[in-house]
Design a protein around this ligand. Structure first.
Ligand SMILES: Nc1ncnc2c1ncn2[C@@H]1O[C@H](COP(=O)(O)OP(=O)(O)OP(=O)(O)O)[C@@H](O)[C@H]1O
Ligand SMILES: [Mg+2]
Length: 272
């Protein structure tokens, strides 16, 4: 039985099983076609088949799908997110059965959305990638809140603030002595890839203004994660003097690291 954390982000799918951090582009195309030229495009060329549909994913979709896209937004209760999770398990998880924790933005981390995600993931799935068929069984699945969960990595007492700057969302999280504080955790539905011209300074100002509006103080210790954390840290430090990286050099993996820790806490001691 494998315990796995999976963060099916709008830009990249991240997986952590306690040993290795993995990621691949979230792009998925449903317009499968026979290819005459079989050039390799990257390390994540996936020709997938699932439930009667077939298409390309990862680096193959980025290069060869006409309509490759990756849904960005404030919910992951959609079939595309299921494909992302299943591709991750197919490629990188060992064994046929899994207990997983996946992520959902704080703003839509509701009972209803969580149930939808669990319902679409728990059970047996048959998927073929690049001709290799696997039956993937998800026995247990829980849905963690993005951003605020990553705050667990800070391991600090008192108030911990986290800003998770992703491709399509910015998640704000507040923890008090290791416990989530719903009141001061929320999601801004914009990100590093949703703007026509990314001006880091104005984006940092928008991120900070939203936090201050919701009651954060610019004297708070703020931890940054997500792929946008490192490029924007300097600009954000103008507004939050103490802004620091939660997982320097691996900012995009902070959420999935936390999801794995949560999964261990939930599943490791349970008797099957
Ligand atoms: N050096 C960089 N400069 C600019 N942008 C960067 C850099 N490194 C990463 N990014 C951006 O970070 C984003 C990926 O971050 P991350 O993996 O946290 O997003 P995600 O989790 O897939 O998205 P979301 O959380 O919104 O679902 C991409 O939009 C990418 O363009
Ligand atoms: Mg993310």
């Amino acid at each position: 039985m494998g315990i796995v954390g999976i963060d099916p982000g709008g830009s990249a799918v991240k997986l952590y099983d306690g040993k290795q951090f993995r990621q691949f582009p979230s792009a998925i195309g449903y317009d499968w076609r026979e290819r005459n030229i079989l050039q390799q495009h990257g390390d994540h060329d996936y020709d997938w088949a699932y439930e009667g549909r077939r298409g390309f994913a990862g680096t193959l979709a980025l290069h060869e799908s006409q309509m490759a896209d990756s849904l960005k937004g404030d919910s992951k209760a959609h079939p595309e997110a299921r494909l992302r999770v299943l591709i991750a398990l197919h490629q990188y998880a060992s064994g046929p059965e899994h207990d997983i924790v996946v992520g959902q933005p704080v703003g839509t981390h509701t009972r209803n959305q969580k149930e939808l995600i669990k319902k679409m993931l728990i059970g047996e799935h048959e998927m073929t990638i690049n001709g290799r068929r696997r039956v993937i069984t998800i026995n247990r699945c829980e849905v963690a809140a993005e951003g605020v969960s990553a705050g667990l990595l800070a391991g600090a007492k008192g108030t911990v603030r986290v800003i998770d700057i992703g491709s399509g969302t910015v998640n704000y999280g507040t923890l008090l002595d290791g416990r989530y504080k719903d009141l001061e955790s929320f999601t801004l539905v914009t990100g590093m890839d949703t703007r026509r011209n990314l001006d880091l300074d104005s984006f940092a100002r928008q991120i900070a203004a939203y936090a201050v509006n919701k009651g954060w103080s610019n004297r708070d210790t703020v931890h940054l994660c997500g792929g946008g954390a490192e490029p924007i840290q300097r600009e954000l430090a103008k507004y939050f003097g103490s802004a620091q990286l939660l997982k320097a050099g691996m900012s995009e993996f902070a959420n999935v690291d936390a999801f794995y820790r949560i999964a261990k806490g939930l599943y490791a001691n349970e008797k099957n």
